[in-house]
Ligand binder design. Structure first.
Ligand SMILES: Cc1ncc(COP(=O)(O)O)c(C=O)c1O
Length: 382
């Protein structure tokens, strides 16, 4: 007779982002909304697209919302509409997702990499100023793309001042920050134009790819609406400019309408979870800093840990997933390493890439699970 193996209870796995909990809450409504689209059959630019755009304009406090097929398109379409191309320099943080710089290179312009601040993870205005003072020969500075990393708006007051003094536009990469505020303004209303992403894991995500552009500029909005549909003019077969197919599917718009209806409540829950992490972890590890004038929607809750890999391994052993956003700044990546970098380099971004670790973060994270995560972090750093 062989002895039966000893069973050890493995810890209940924690979700990094619990989309299932959200679907459990609104699944019936989402499924009914999708069935309505199946019934009317207007899968492309159906009525839900316009309804969503109107609702989002009201939510963000802007004149125009133009939905599109992804957050990447939400950055590409404005650059195309602004006529950005070869010989133009656009200033971007290096500590971000690739799409921020990719869209600049895709239109033939040159991304110039700028460092970020260690506390907020957002664009460092002093590094930006150094980059603006040292534009490489042959390039004309045109615009700045601040990123609202991990859900907190960049320092738009300082960046706008600098942009105005130098005659540049500002386009906000609000892919991670839809719903956050700076003073009494919501993301979407900062910069001349802003783009967000509805990638499922984003604070407001759909059930596939999607994005939206926000602006108060009537002329720019009209051009972007045309670019979104192959540069369409007065009708479908009158193309007045080179555009793309950048439309948001009607089914995704229908899903987003249902998600937007609970978004205020989810933002409040995100802020409770983010604040509670900060209260419980401050003093033991370096917690993220939110500016006095700002709120974050906590797309990620990100710590700085000198022994990050050991902490990640200890948490993994307890069924707690973590993620590294971002393990390498863009200026050190193969596709981007030949583009210009701000004088003095980007030492803060390089250090952050070696230290950052994001913990599970979503509006449905209950206090017992959060306590378990916090205890695991404290034990790992002790
Ligand atoms: C900062 C940032 N910019 C742009 C994007 C691109 O969005 P999408 O994945 O919807 O194209 C993302 C998405 O991950 C992002 O995090």
């Amino acid at each position: 007779m062989t002895a039966s193996p000893v069973k050890t209870a493995s810890p209940v796995p924690v979700e990094f982002i619990d989309l299932g909990a959200q679907h459990y809450r609104i699944g019936d409504k989402v499924e009914a909304a999708v069935r309505r689209v199946l019934a009317h059959g207007k899968y492309i630019m159906g009525p839900e697209v316009k309804t969503l755009e109107d609702q989002m304009s009201r939510f963000a406090g802007v004149k125009h919302t133009i939905t599109c097929a992804s957050g990447t398109d939400a950055l590409s379409l404005p650059l195309m509409a602004l006529g950005i191309g070869p010989g133009d320099a656009v200033f971007v943080p290096t500590f971000t997702f690739a799409a921020t710089a990719e869209v600049v290179a895709l239109v033939g312009a040159t991304p110039v990499f700028v460092d970020v601040e260690a506390g907020s993870f957002n664009m460092d205005v002093k590094s930006l100023e150094r980059a603006l003072d040292a534009v490489p020969k042959g390039l004309t500075p045109k615009g700045i793309i601040p990123v609202d990393l991990f859900g907190q708006p960049a320092d738009y007051d300082a960046i706008d001042r600098l942009a105005k003094a130098r005659g540049l536009w500002v386009m906000a990469d609000a892919a991670q920050s839809f719903g956050a505020t700076l003073g009494n303004r919501r993301t979407g209303s900062m910069g001349r134009v802003a783009g967000t992403s509805f990638f499922p894991a984003k604070p407001l995500g759909c059930y596939g790819d999607g994005g939206a552009i926000f602006t108060d500029d009537d002329g720019l909005a009209e051009i972007m609406r045309s670019l979104r549909v192959h540069g369409q003019g007065s009708d479908k077969y009158d193309n007045v400019r080179i555009g793309m197919n950048g439309r948001l599917d009607t089914i995704q718009a229908a899903v987003l309408i249902e998600k937007l209806a609970i978004f205020e409540d989810e933002i409040a829950a995100r802020q409770r979870v983010g604040q509670r992490y900060n209260d419980l972890l401050r003093g033991r590890v370096r917690v993220p800093e939110v500016g006095a004038n700002a709120t974050s929607v906590w797309a990620q809750y990100t710590l700085r840990l000198p022994k990050r890999d050991a902490v990640a391994a200890a948490l993994k052993a307890q069924g707690i997933p973590t993620a590294i956003y971002y393990p390498r700044p863009l200026h050190q990546q193969t596709a981007y390493r030949n583009f210009p970098v701000a004088p003095g380099g980007c030492p803060v971004s390089e250090k952050l890439s070696a230290e950052v670790l994001s913990l599970p973060m979503h509006p449905y994270l209950d206090t017992a699970t959060q306590d378990r995560i916090v205890a695991a972090v404290k034990a790992a750093v002790a």
